[in-house]
Ligand binder design. Sequence first.
Ligand code: AMP
Length: 119
Amino acid sequence: MTYDTENIFAKILRGEIACDKVYEDEFALAFHDINPQAPVHILVIPKGAYISMADFTARAPADLIAGFFRAVGQVARDNGLEAPGYRILANAGDDAHQEVPHLHIHIFGGKRLGPMLTA
Ligand code: AMP
């Protein structure tokens, strides 16, 4: 599978489409999900053309991998989620219903989230 440079998160990274940004550094961009599934629902994406976690961890340089995961933790802390708790999730591929083919980690929080999976 090749990376689709016209996917919506690629356009957000290029500044062609606006987002409700909550965090940005040289490795990652985080913004509010447009269709939130929890009181806090933030997406964190790496700066680079990566489809999924498998793609990212196979091809990305080590500093980007480290920086991306640091950004996920930073965003959780900055949004007050560390103490009450939160959930991270990354969909990959059809079975997981990945809609946007650019790696993104969902951060959910702000309420008791219940059981881990809903089918
Ligand atoms: P996934 O099913 O894991 O690929 O999730 C894609 C997520 O991207 C969904 O939760 C959408 O609501 C969200 N989304 C799609 N377009 C945008 C956008 N322009 N800005 C913010 N979130 C978006």
